[in-house]
Design a protein around this ligand. Structure first.
Ligand code: C5P
Length: 230
């Protein structure tokens, strides 16, 4: 995989025009663009198609419901042709398997990636919802359920990559947000890693939002990151 293919630019805006313009500008400089809830809940499938303009998309909706409903949601998304979809591993084995099975119905099968523990949850936040043992243990537990039930990979923080690679090897696709080029503003990301360090640690893809889309030239910012991970 080329270095450019490994970069996912997060198009975090609720504005259709801005999203479309960013995708046009960034598509030549990254592997995929990421559209999420903020955009999709406002503009829906038509907005997706208008913004994506045929480029590969990581559609990050973090689906989480009973297996039948999640399978139906995945089927509803298949005609959009997204390359990657996200589900919450916390939905359990049957939900994960149902999502994977639904995705297999597409001729262009999207990769199903599971989110384990939200990076906004620390040990105290997990304890509050009844999860003892801290984030690392919970990440491994949920990763196992996801991968044993057919998920193609995981969304994880850069600091979890080695933990996951040690436990599950090279096969799972690891998509890693919370990436900041050296010197970039950290914003609300608590634990960040540089693009080159994340790739070196074993990330298959890195997700970068604000350091690209808030740059004076998003295209130049993306190109610089792609160059850094060569
Ligand atoms: O602007 P920034 O580079 O922080 O954007 C990162 C993107 O990755 C955002 O779209 C954010 O929602 C997403 N993300 C994340 N942490 C996760 C999962 C997704 O930052 N654990």
């Amino acid at each position: 995989m080329t270095n450019l293919r490994r970069l996912i630019a997060a198009i975090d805006t609720p504005e259709l025009d801005r999203a479309s313009a960013l995708v046009r500008e960034l598509a030549p400089h990254c592997g995929l663009v990421k559209l999420g809830l903020e955009f999709f809940l406002r503009h829906g499938p038509a907005g997706f198609t208008a913004a994506a303009q045929g480029n590969p998309v990581f559609l990050d909706l973090k689906l989480h419901d009973i297996p039948n409903t999640v399978a139906g949601a995945v089927r509803s998304l298949l005609p959009l042709g997204a390359d990657m979809l996200t589900i919450h591993a916390g939905g359990g084995a049957k939900m994960i398997a149902a999502a994977v099975e639904a995705a297999r119905e597409a001729t262009w099968r999207p990769k199903i990636l599971a989110v384990t523990v939200l990076t906004s949850l620390d040990a105290a936040g997990l304890a509050e919802i009844g999860v003892a043992g801290g984030p690392a243990q919970q990440v491994l537990r949920l990763a196992r359920v996801a991968l044993e039930n057919g998920a193609d990979g995981l969304v994880c923080s850069a600091h979890e990559i080695s933990l996951i690679r040690d436990a599950f090897g090279a096969k799972p696709i690891l998509v890693v947000p919370g990436i900041r080029p050296a010197g970039a503003a950290v914003g609300d990301q608590a634990r960040v890693m540089t693009p080159e360090a994340a790739i070196k640690a074993g990330a298959d893809y890195i997700v970068v939002g604000r350091p690209i889309i808030e740059a004076e030239s998003p295209a130049n910012a993306a190109a610089a990151i792609a160059a850094a991970i060569r």
